[in-house]
Design a protein around this ligand. Sequence first.
Ligand code: ADP
Ligand code: MG
Length: 249
Amino acid sequence: MSNILEIKGVNKTFGGLHALQDVNLQIEEGETHAIIGPNGAGKSTLLNCCIGRLIPDNGSVTFNGKNMIGMEAHDINHAGMVRVFQTPEIFPELTLLENVMIPALAKRDGTFKFNPFKSLLKETAIHEEAMATLADFNLDRFHDHHAGSMSRGDKRRLELAMGLIQHPTLLLLDEPTAGMARHDTNATIDLLKSGKMGEMTKVIIEHDMHVVFSLADRISVLARGHIIATGTPEEIKNDPKVKEAYLGE
Ligand code: ADP
Ligand code: MG
């Protein structure tokens, strides 16, 4: 197995707070790797250091053999490392179809400027792909609805569709089921396990252990900025260090 992502010796401080302390983590091609840990452990900070939203104080983040530190967030995104955000980042005034077409057009052209007078529908190939992607997420029948009018679960699915259409080689998901009702959570688990999403290399930050144990090939546990354990779900379940970290929550 080769590593698609290698995080080595990453530290990140915010003022006096040491949010990440000498973090080392390898993500293997094809795996679904869950990062768990108590609130405030540094999980989102770690993802932000990978995608160029934050610059670590030191250490390296190597994606497909190339160091990402110092690269702009959109260049990292173009390189194939795509994050689906913790807070839905959709365009509420635009339709679902437009929402899915925009990241595809941005990827093709390197940039995207929305022009309300120019119909996106003229982009035939991307239009077709966007409709097919919406269908993968059972959202095609709502393609002309405004994204802002959709339910929370549908918005999260829309975000996944916006991620998928960029053909990522590594998908980073920050709490993909946060705030979802149980049936939506289960539907999301199924989506992440099957089809194109299923085959993709994924890093999932997740609080819900049902989701973690349904999806993860391996799990890393972050506590107070340290990776305290990495292993299979079975190994993590039985690790006394992990139990201890959660008792303090
Ligand atoms: P998690 O995602 O595991 O809940 P975070 O990565 O969001 O944790 O936060 C880790 C720690 O860093 C927390 O103590 C949080 O308050 C702090 N933190 C995160 N982002 C910032 C920031 N931009 N400025 C200052 N402190 C931050
Ligand atoms: Mg977080």
